[in-house]
Design a protein around this ligand. Structure first.
Ligand SMILES: CC(=O)SCCNC(=O)CCNC(=O)[C@H](O)C(C)(C)COP(=O)(O)OP(=O)(O)OC[C@H]1O[C@@H](n2cnc3c(N)ncnc32)[C@H](O)[C@@H]1OP(=O)(O)O
Length: 238
């Protein structure tokens, strides 16, 4: 019955759109395996409202506010439909990308998203490791368990796909949130370290050259081209 409903929600689109990965994978998730407490109980198959569906990203989600949702998490840039389409195709072809969303089907808007990426390893007998990325819930829908729902969904998906562990980076204030979902700060092994490379889109690049020092207080020392895009390779604070 539940599976029937989820399948119906997933396929009942007036114009079917391509999924990033098979929606069947989400039908197999067993929410009783998660330590997360839901009150009332909800799951990917039964998100608690008839107008809500948890599913893989679709190509048509560009028109359902997916990029606008991501902009509540971090800077996104002006992504054109072609850029979105190309990236969707690359993610699908490479495998290992499980961008999962929650849609409000009343407004045809994406209201939550989280990404599982699966790394293939040689260690631990050619194991798989999951990484949780880009978790966001639309600000008008927060506090209704949707953050928990989307994180638990992709975490169980990682387990279903055979990952031996799942990791994430987050701000200090979110540690408690993730702890309630089964993530653990391991003593002596919980430092996130980053080396940031400042990539810059061609349009932003020209605007910085036109207005040196206006938005970014760095001097450009060398410029390289990578993936056919100009990029700052070395920067020095002014
Ligand atoms: C790996 C990563 O991507 S880290 C990046 C996380 N994303 C962001 O910071 C983007 C902006 N924030 C958001 O989109 C949302 O606030 C989210 C995704 C963090 C949480 O979404 P919500 O739908 O509000 O979460 P949900 O309703 O499931 O809340 C679950 C619990 O976490 C707590 N919680 C939620 N957000 C926060 C927060 N920002 N700080 C502290 N606690 C929080 C809630 O109080 C709730 O606690 P309770 O179960 O005791 O009532």
């Amino acid at each position: 019955m539940v599976l029937e409903r989820l399948s119906r929600n997933m396929f009942q689109e007036s114009k079917p759109s391509e999924y990033l990965y098979s929606p069947d994978l989400l039908l197999r998730l067993d929410f009783t395996k998660s330590p997360a407490q839901f009150s009332p109980h909800i799951s990917a198959a039964q998100p608690g409202e008839s107008w809500m569906v948890v599913r893989p990203l679709q190509r048509s989600d560009y028109d359902k506010g997916f990029m606008q949702l991501l902009s509540q998490l971090t800077s996104v840039g002006n992504i054109t439909r072609k850029q979105f389409d190309d990236r969707f195709t690359q993610m699908k072809q490479s495998g290992g990308y499980y961008v999962t969303v929650i849609e409000d089907t009343r407004s045809a808007k994406i209201i939550g998203s989280a990404t599982l990426t699966v790394e293939q390893k040689f260690i631990h007998n050619c194991s798989l490791r999951g990484r949780l990325e880009d978790v966001v819930v639309n600000d008008t829908y927060r506090g209704k368990q949707l953050g928990k729902l989307i994180v638990v969904t992709v975490s169980l998906l990682a387990q279903e796909l055979g990952c031996y562990k799942m990791s994430l980076d987050c701000k200090d204030k979110l540690v408690k949130f993730y702890e309630t979902l089964g993530y653990i700060l391991e003593p002596g092994n919980s430092n996130a370290m980053n080396m940031s490379f400042l990539w810059i889109a061609p349009t932003e690049f020209s605007s910085i050259l036109a207005n040196p020092g206006s938005r970014i207080r760095y001097a450009i020392l060398t410029i390289s081209r990578r993936n056919d895009r100009p990029a700052l390779q070395t920067v020095k604070p002014l």
